[in-house]
Design a binder for this molecule. Sequence first.
Ligand SMILES: Nc1ncnc2c1ncn2[C@@H]1O[C@H](COP(=O)(O)OP(=O)(O)O)[C@@H](O)[C@H]1O
Ligand SMILES: [Mg+2]
Length: 294
Amino acid sequence: MADIAVFIERYTVARSEEMGALMRFAQVTQRLGHRVDWLFRPDIYKIPEYDALFIRSLTDPLNASYVAARTADLHGLRVIDDPDSIIACCDKVNMYRRLLCAGVPIPDTVFLGPSELTADRGADLLRELGSPLVLKAPSSSFSMYVERVTEPSAFVRVSRRFLRRADLVVAQRFVQSVFDWRVGVLGGDPLFVCRYVIPKRRWKVLSYTESGRMIYGAVQSVPLSLAAPRLLDVAVQAAATVGRGLYGVDLKQIGDDYVVLEVNDNPTIAANEEDVNAPQVYERVIRYLVGEWG
Ligand SMILES: Nc1ncnc2c1ncn2[C@@H]1O[C@H](COP(=O)(O)OP(=O)(O)O)[C@@H](O)[C@H]1O
Ligand SMILES: [Mg+2]
């Protein structure tokens, strides 16, 4: 029997689907004969009393969740997400370099330093990588600092704004599609597959209105057995460049092939969304945490 801690913040349970998933994790933990407790920030000091830690909150090296991950790691607990994965995934330049080194396909991508954020360089990139061109701040999450430009002047304006948050800016070829593939990977094996549908008249899975309201599309769960082997293969390779934990790999399909947009640590697992055709997700995560998987 193992004692499992789940680290959460109040916003973790803002959506009933995420609350529902936590309940399913708790039920499976009990069914497998283990114990589970919810820990909040003030409980971080209790982490060493547990056998495993499962983080279900935003992970960032500057967040309490990172302190929780480090504490667990230092005390020899099994932990999702491990601190190294949090560090690797929070920086897109680092992540894309890992993918490029491992030969994992990504859209054509360049990293730009301060001296390159000129209208001339913008015009060259719009020619070489095509228009629109996607710009990303390395630390972006929730699509916050990912924008498209079609003019050299907009390239200069957006890229200089993004550079305030980093010392490099990512420029990437735009890949058109009506959905992103999301492949959950755990311990080196595919865990679930979904389509994250892009809302009408938008180009990102998640975006915001002027007033800051979130706009997101449907989550369509696809049985692992029906997913293209190449999709799973590329996703598993991408996850392996970061680690052996739990990841959500985002990919675009181009014909019969795939390019990786991002490897996310702490991927969303929500009840009646990611789990629809993957009811085993809860049990596999718990088995991983207690050392029976991966
Ligand atoms: N090269 C690209 N071509 C087309 N769409 C993209 C591209 N890169 C990102 N996107 C869209 O923008 C969203 C956010 O990009 P992503 O790199 O995942 O940043 P974040 O970490 O902020 O989520 C993606 O889910 C995808 O829908
Ligand atoms: Mg993303």
